[in-house]
Design a protein. Structure first.
Length: 184
């Protein structure tokens, strides 16, 4: 089972119609997991869950961040896609509450886990960010960080744009990272 918290149109298209079956990323995830959508990363939503994918989530309330941190420390596993410069096409107007935010809203969670997220230069063609920190194992030139947090684990990827793809190798990366979290 995989809990999914996201601002991205993965479960439904932007129009929330019943005519679509979700994104290619959701289809790939459902090959391996029963995907359970959650609206907030608080204790009631995480109860009974072992694995959470937060794919470019909206800012979480402070109480939920405390509960999420405790859930991880108690043994939870999280894959967090924290994109500092989301390049996701949308038909929704800027400012529309249903449009994914243009950048990951780090309200202190990454720093609490010993990570810093650097956005690319303003006019850069690169959209992925760069992670740094001395409490986590950072690899892939700062794109991915693996963190041991209490009895739990967190993997942070400084990009979410690769989910807007039907390229098997990009979606396989997502599933591989989730499988690694489960096995540790």
């Amino acid at each position: 089972m995989l809990a999914l918290l996201t601002s991205l149109p993965l479960m439904f298209g932007e129009r929330f119609g019943l005519d679509g079956s979700g994104s290619p990323a959701l289809t790939r995830l459902e090959e391996r997991y029963k995907v359970i959508p959650v609206g907030v990363a608080d204790a009631p939503s995480l109860e009974g869950q072992h694995l959470l994918l937060m794919a470019h989530p909206r800012a979480q309330p402070a109480e939920a961040l405390v509960e999420l941190d405790q859930w991880v420390r108690d043994g939870g596993r999280i894959l967090l896609l924290a994109d500092p410069k989301l390049d996701w096409p949308s038909d929704r107007a800027l400012g529309d509450k249903l449009r994914p935010p243009p950048a990951f809203a780090d309200t202190g969670l990454l720093r609490h886990w010993g990570l810093d997220l650097e956005a690319p230069a303003p006019n850069s063609a690169v959209s992925a960010g760069k992670l740094s920190g001395n409490k986590c194992r950072v690899r892939e030139g700062g794109l991915v960080a693996h963190c041991a947090i209490g009895r739990g684990r967190a993997t942070v990827i400084a990009d979410a744009d690769f989910l807007n793809s039907d390229q098997a190798e990009q979606l396989d990366l997502l599933v591989r990272e989730l499988e690694q979290l489960e096995s540790r």
